[in-house]
Design a protein around this ligand. Sequence first.
Ligand SMILES: CC(C)(COP(=O)(O)OP(=O)(O)OC[C@H]1O[C@@H](n2cnc3c(N)ncnc32)[C@H](O)[C@@H]1OP(=O)(O)O)[C@@H](O)C(=O)NCCC(=O)NCCS
Length: 435
Amino acid sequence: MLRLTDLRGILRYVPQYRERVFVIAMDGVIVETENFRNLLLDVALLRSLRIGVALVHGAGMQIQRLAQQIGVVPSNVDGTGITDAATLQLALTAANRVGHEILEGLSANDLRGACGNALVAHPAGILQGIDHQLTGRVERVDAALLRALLDNDIIPVVPPLGCDGEGNTYRLNSDAVAVEVARALGAVKLIYLTDSAGVLLKQTEGEGETTLLRHLRVEDAEELLKKRRLELEEHSVSKLANAIRAARDGVPRVHIIDGRVDEGLLAEVFSNEGIGTLVHTNEYQAIRRAHKKDARAIFRLIKAGVENDELLPRTQTEIERQVGDFFVFEVDGNLAACVALHHHGKEKTAEMACVCVAGQYENQGIGGRLMSYVEDQARAGGAQTLFCLSTQAFNYFIQKGGFRPGSAADLPAPRRQAYEASGRRSQVLIKKIDG
Ligand SMILES: CC(C)(COP(=O)(O)OP(=O)(O)OC[C@H]1O[C@@H](n2cnc3c(N)ncnc32)[C@H](O)[C@@H]1OP(=O)(O)O)[C@@H](O)C(=O)NCCC(=O)NCCS
């Protein structure tokens, strides 16, 4: 969890977000939690760093409560089913109340906010033979209106309701509204604040046990939704489907986090681990050649592996000297993994060395991606075989990397001497890469 005092950590992220827009979408239930006040303080902090914020809110929980109070059965509460006339009246009352509470909260933090008619909506229509009546879909977002507010230091507060050109109002789903607003504003982040930890997968064993999915590439998220929908917790489905739409529409990072956790929003935005689920497009992660200035970070990354005798000890100066052979895997600008590739041109072979993935990024396929990247690089450099030495991860290289066990005799002569002199007795692994 991020310490508020960790200003240096926060400031590292600020240049990439300054003058950019975050869309924060709150489920109605979050407005009534104890953490709501803290969330508005966090919004004030984002604004003080010159990050634009637009707030989208839901009202499902309030609609349900209002319906109970006046003894009406709503036709649907989240704007995805049928909205009959009585339910639309409930939605108008409930959403206006939620919007007003947000405006009150903003005022209490010296922030200016405004609700506007920024959503042009049309009826969702007849879907699979069912007339959805007053449920709408977003036809257009009046981005000029939202931009004008943002430019004047006013936080737009967007309700789950929209009007058409004739002045009719339609009930909208707030998750879907958030996608449209994020797209229209070219937001760099869409953050869903909900009342669960993130996207949760039900475990096959263990009654009611779930696993929180931390980072999902948009392709993997789509695969998950297509093939394992039934294993997802009910509320995760709508959030995930909309997160995928947003990512596909150009929002690079979509976060689904627990809005009830104090400092959760800041930890998610300003730390590498976050607290919930991140759905991201590929630009978020990248493999690149290491620079001299990465030597210190590489040294720190491999420290634990060296201490466990998984990796050969290297000093920072040695890494600096060999930095041209290193590649690093970055996540959101932070170093998450490294690998080195040493060419032995004369023997048409290359060594993959120092494969290391930081603890919190293990088991996300990063090691696998580094291996295939290095293999391509080695092949492009004219190598016909790739070898690596491992004391504890040899099964990984065999099972996941397609290597086979070899012996010291497979190593090029100078490397063999160093290998024998080291006394580490690592397993030699070989892979033919010339097709
Ligand atoms: C080994 C290492 C590179 C794997 O990286 P990673 O990004 O977590 O791996 P991936 O996500 O690509 O693959 C994960 C899979 O490999 C398996 N795996 C991880 N480490 C393993 C090991 N030591 N032996 C066998 N399998 C292993 C995982 O169980 C997982 O299996 P699954 O896909 O069937 O669930 C990483 O754990 C690491 O940095 N280890 C310490 C340093 C080290 O030993 N480096 C090798 C010396 S050069």
